[in-house]
Write a protein that binds this ligand. Structure first.
Ligand code: ADP
Ligand code: MG
Length: 773
C-alpha cells in the first residue's frame, strides 16, 4: 500500500508538472483533502504535519500560481524536515497552532499568507538537529559540542577560516621558503622504512599540470590509503630544498571536493571534533545552506537594509559559508556583525527602559546643604566633580531609579562624589551600600567615607555617626557580623561598605535606597543586579576608573547614563614614564633609592605570586627575598599578593600607608583604587604581560600627591613589538587613548577583565567595531 505521503507526493509532483493549474486532482486539490486527512490519521502521521498540509491545501485553489508553487515547496520542505518522507510515524516538528486564515477574503490575503509562512519558517528553524534530514545521531552529537542544536544553529555555525583557492600558486611558480597552499592530484604515494626500520617515511608526488611537487611525512602510514593516486588534495606548508629539488616536509593535507571547487574557490574550513571530518561537514553545510538559507526571514525591513547597504540575511548567511568572492564574504560578515551589535544594543536599551519605568524614592537636598558640606573639605572641588554631583542630585530627585556610570581617571576624585550621593540619601534616613572589589579597597573607602560623612561644622551636624557606618568583608565573622546584620535590618546601620560579601543572602536591609559600586569593571552585570535586589528599586551609582571607549559605552554600558569626569584635581603632574631594557633594572633600583632618601615610597609589581614549574617570569615571593637580601637589605619591604588572608592584606596595606614599609612588592591586587599619596615610584616587572588599561591603573597608584612621580616598565624581553606597545604608555597619560588601544590590541575580554554577559555571544562582530556600532 502506498503511504499517504507517497500519494501526496504524486499529486504535488503532477501539479508542478502542470504548472500549478490545480488539475492534478479532479475538482481541485482541496477536494482530495478530507479523504487524505482521514487516511493520514489512520496511518498515524503526526498531527502537526497533517494539519499543516490540510490547511495549505485548502488555501491552494484560491491562490495565484506563484503562491501555489510556494505552498507546494513548503509542504515538501516540511515533510523533508520532519524526516517523515521515508519513515512513517515519526516524531515531528512542532507546528504552531495557527489562527484561522479562512474566512478572510480581504485583499490582504497574500500578505497574511506570507507572514504565516514566516512564522512557519522560524518554527522549522528550531527543529532539533537529529530530526533534520541528512543529520545522523552521531553528527548531531558531535555538533552539540559546539552548541549547535537546531537547524538555525547550524546555519549560524560559521567557518573557522577559509581556504582561498582563488589565489593559489601553480607548482612551477613555487620558490624555496614559500609558505603556501598548493592544489593538485596525487600522482604517486608510497612508504618505506628508514632509520633501521624505526620510522616510516611516506612520500608523495602531486601535480597540477604545471609541474610536480614532492611531499614527505614521517610515520603517517595511513596517508597511503587515505590519499591514493588520483585524489584531489590541498596541501599547505613551507617549501624546503632536498638534493636540489623543492619538497614540502610534513605539510597539512586535505582531500578536496571537486564539486566544492566548482561552486566556490573560497572554501570554508569548519571547526572539527574527532567525530566530524571536514568533508562530511562541508557537504552537510552545503546542503543545509542551499536549502534553508534562502528561506530565512529577514527581520530588517527592506528600507533599512537598503539605506544601510546591508545584504539580505539569507544571502549573508549563505555567502558566509560559501562565498562567491572575497568581497561578498566581507559584505556577508558585515551584515551578520551588524545583526549581533544591533540585537545586543536592543537588549541593553530594553533593560534600561524597563529599569527606568519603575518608580523610585525622591531624595532632595537644599543648595545650602551642599554648599555647607563642601565647605568642610580641605580642598576645592574640580568643575567635573561639581558637575557630577549636580547630575546625581537631579537623578536622586527625579522619582526614577538613578542608573549612572561615573567614569573618571584614577585620582580624579570619585570617592568624594560618591560620599555626597550617600549623604543625600542617608540625610533622609534611608540606607546606602558601597561595594568594592577588594577588601583593601573596601577598608580604604570605609576610612575615607567615615571621615567625610561624620564630619561636623560650626552649625552643621554630622550626616552620620561613626557607629552608623560599618565595614563588611568575608573575614568579618561571629558577633561582629551578627551585630552588623541586625543593624541593617533594624535600620540603625545607615551605610554598609564591603566586598561582594554584601550580596550574600543573610545581608538584608531595612530600607536600602542607594547602591554604589566601585571599579565596575571588576564586577559582572549579575552582581550589579544582585546588590540592587537588596532594596526596592534603589538608586544605583557605578564608578570606574577604566576609561570606557566610546564603542563600549554605547553597547555594554548602554543601560547606564554616563558622567565623565575629565579633569584632575589641580597640582597633579603627569607621571614620568619609561620603558627599560631588562638589563637596565639597576637604574630602576637607583631611582627607588633616590626617592626613598627624599622620604617617598615605591611599589614594585610582578605578574605572578610564585614562579611556575617552568621557572619563567618573575614572581613576588622569589623577588621579595632577593630584594630584601641582595638589593635593599637596609630598607623595609612589604609583600602583598592575593594568597594572603584578607586581614594580612589589610595589615600590609596599613603599614605601607603609615610609612613603615619603604617598598611594597605586589601582584596586581593593588591595581585598583589604592591611595597612598606618598608613593612616587611604580616599577612594573613583566610589563608585557599586562594590558595597557591595567598598566595605566598601576601607574595611577603614584602621582597622587604634589611630588613628581615615576613609572618604569620592564618587559621580560627585548621583543620589539611588545616594547612598541608599551611605548604608548610613555607617550600618553590619557586613559582614554590607552583604553582604545587596548581594546583594539587585546579585545574586550581582556579589557574588561571579566567575561560579561553578552559579549561571548558575538561571533562576527567585535566590540571595537565602532563603525558598526
Ligand atoms: P579615584 O577617582 O581614583 O577614586 P580618589 O577619590 O581616591 O580618586 O581621590 C584621589 C585623591 O585625590 C584622594 O586623596 C582625594 O582626597 C583627593 N582629591 C579628591 N578630589 C580632590 C580635589 N578636588 N582637589 C584635591 N584633591 C582631591
Ligand atoms: Mg577610587
Amino acid at each position: 500500500m502506498q503511504s499517504p505521503l507517497e500519494k501526496l507526493n504524486k499529486f504535488l509532483e503532477l501539479e508542478r508538472e502542470q504548472n500549478y493549474e490545480n488539475r492534478a486532482v479532479v475538482g481541485g486539490l482541496d477536494k482530495a483533502v478530507p479523504y487524505w486527512e482521514r487516511e493520514a490519521r489512520a496511518y498515524q502521521l503526526p498531527e502537526e504535519l497533517i494539519s499543516f498540509i490540510v490547511e495549505k491545501l485548502q488555501e491552494y485553489p484560491r491562490l495565484q500560481p506563484e503562491q501555489r508553487k510556494e505552498i507546494i515547496q513548503q509542504i515538501f520542505a516540511q515533510i523533508e524536515t520532519c524526516g517523515a518522507s521515508n519513515k512513517a510515524p515519526a516524531q515531528l516538528v512542532e507546528h504552531p497552532s495557527r489562527h484561522s486564515s479562512k474566512g478572510s477574503q480581504q485583499p490582504s490575503v497574500k500578505k497574511e499568507t506570507r507572514e504565516e509562512d514566516n512564522t512557519q519558517i522560524s518554527k522549522i528553524l528550531q527543529t532539533p538537529l537529529e530530526r533534520v534530514s541528512g543529520v545522523g545521531k552521531k553528527t548531531a552529537d558531535a555538533l552539540e559540542k559546539f552548541g549547535v542544536r537546531t537547524l538555525q544553529d547550524l546555519l549560524y555555525f560559521f567557518p573557522r577560516r577559509y581556504d582561498d583557492y582563488s589565489r593559489l600558486k601553480p607548482i612551477n611558480k613555487l620558490k624555496y621558503g614559500d609558505e603556501v597552499t598548493v592544489l593538485g592530484v596525487i600522482q604517486a604515494i608510497a612508504s618505506r622504512p628508514v632509520r633501521d626500520g624505526k620510522m616510516q617515511l611516506i612520500e608523495a608526488i602531486i601535480t597540477d599540470g604545471t609541474g610536480t611537487l614532492r611531499l614527505s611525512w614521517f610515520n603517517k602510514l595511513w596517508y597511503v590509503n587515505r590519499f591514493p593516486k588520483g585524489t584531489q588534495v590541498a596541501v599547505s606548508g613551507k617549501l624546503d630544498m632536498y638534493l636540489g629539488k623543492l619538497v614540502m616536509k610534513d605539510p597539512e593535507i586535505e582531500e578536496i571536493d571537486r564539486e566544492q571547487l566548482h561552486t566556490s574557490r573560497i572554501v570554508p574550513v569548519y571547526p572539527l571534533t574527532s567525530e566530524l571530518n571536514q568533508k562530511t561537514l562541508r557537504r552537510l553545510m552545503y546542503k543545509t545552506i542551499m536549502q534553508w538559507a534562502p528561506k530565512v526571514q529577514d527581520f530588517l525591513p527592506t528600507s533599512v537594509r537598503t539605506s544601510l547597504k546591508l545584504l539580505e540575511l539569507g544571502i549573508a548567511i549563505s555567502q558566509t559559508h560559501f562565498p562567491d568572492s572575497q568581497d561578498s564574504l566581507d559584505q556577508a560578515r558585515w551584515r551578520l556583525a551588524f545583526d549581533e551589535i544591533f540585537l545586543l544594543q536592543l537588549g541593553v536599551l530594553r533593560q534600561k527602559l524597563s529599569w527606568k519605568s519603575l518608580p523610585a524614592r525622591v531624595f532632595e537636598v537644599p543648595d545650602s546643604w551642599i554648599e555647607q558640606r563642601l565647605a568642610l573639605l580641605p580642598y576645592e572641588l574640580t568643575n567635573a566633580q561639581k558637575r557630577a554631583i549636580q547630575e546625581i542630585r537631579i537623578d536622586l530627585a527625579s522619582g526614577k531609579p538613578m542608573d549612572r556610570l561615573l567614569q573618571g581617571d584614577v585620582g580624579s576624585g570619585k570617592t568624594i562624589v560618591a560620599a555626597m550621593a550617600i549623604g543625600m540619601v542617608t540625610y533622609h534616613g534611608a540606607q546606602a551600600a558601597v561595594m568594592a572589589p577588594t577588601s583593601i579597597l573596601a577598608e580604604q573607602h570605609y576610612r575615607n567615607l567615615s571621615r567625610v560623612l561624620t564630619q561636623s561644622g560650626d552649625d552643621l551636624p554630622a550626616i552620620l555617626q561613626p557607629e552608623q557606618i560599618r565595614l563588611l568583608t568575608s573575614d568579618v565573622r561571629g558577633a561582629e557580623r551578627e551585630d552588623i546584620l541586625n543593624g541593617l535590618q533594624n535600620g540603625s546601620v545607615k551605610l554598609l561598605i564591603g566586598t561582594h560579601a554584601l550580596i550574600e543572602d543573610p545581608v538584608q536591609f531595612q530600607d536600602l535606597q542607594l547602591v554604589v559600586i566601585d571599579e565596575q569593571h571588576r564586577f559582572g552585570v549579575s552582581q550589579r543586579a544582585a546588590l540592587r535586589k537588596k532594596g526596592n528599586n534603589p538608586h544605583l551609582l557605578v564608578m570606574t576608573a577604566t576609561p570606557i571607549p566610546r564603542s563600549l559605552a554605547l553597547t555594554i554600558y548602554g543601560d547606564l547614563d554616563l558622567t565623565v569626569m575629565d579633569e584632575m584635581p589641580p597640582g597633579r603632574q603627569p607621571v614620568e614614564t619609561h620603558v627599560l631594557h631588562p638589563l637596565e633594572r639597576e637604574r630602576a633600583y637607583q631611582l627607588i633609592r633616590h626617592e626613598i632618601s627624599n622620604g617617598h615610597q615605591a611599589y614594585i609589581i610582578y605578574p605572578m605570586v610564585e614562579q611556575n614549574e617552568n621557572g619563567d617570569g618573575l614572581s613576588v615571593v622569589q623577588e621579595f627575598s632577593r630584594l630584601q637580601k641582595e638589593v635593599f637589605p637596609d630598607l623595609n619591604i612589604g609583600m602583598m599578593h592575593g594568597r594572603l588572608k584578607p586581614e594580612e592584606k589589610d595589615e600590609v596595606m596599613a603599614r605601607f600607608r603609615d610609612g613603615q614599609y619603604h617598598i611594597l612588592v605586589s601582584t596586581s591586587v593593588i591595581e585598583v583604587g589604592v591611595d597612598v599619596p606618598n608613593a612616587t615610584v611604580m616599577v612594573i616587572e613583566g610589563a608585557n604581560r599586562f594590558g595597557l588599561a591595567q598598566l595605566h591603573q598601576f601607574r595611577g597608584r603614584v602621582g597622587r600627591g604634589a611630588a613628581k612621580s615615576y613609572c618604569l616598565l620592564i618587559p621580560e624581553s627585548d621583543d620589539a613589538l611588545e616594547n612598541e606597545r608599551l611605548s604608548v604608555m610613555v607617550e600618553t597619560n590619557d586613559g582614554f587613548v590607552l583604553a582604545e588601544r587596548d581594546l583594539q590590541q587585546r579585545g574586550p575580554g581582556e579589557f574588561l577583565g571579566t567575561r560579561q554577559a553578552g559579549f561571548t555571544e558575538l561571533k562576527m562582530a567585535n566590540l571595537t567595531d565602532v563603525h558598526i556600532i
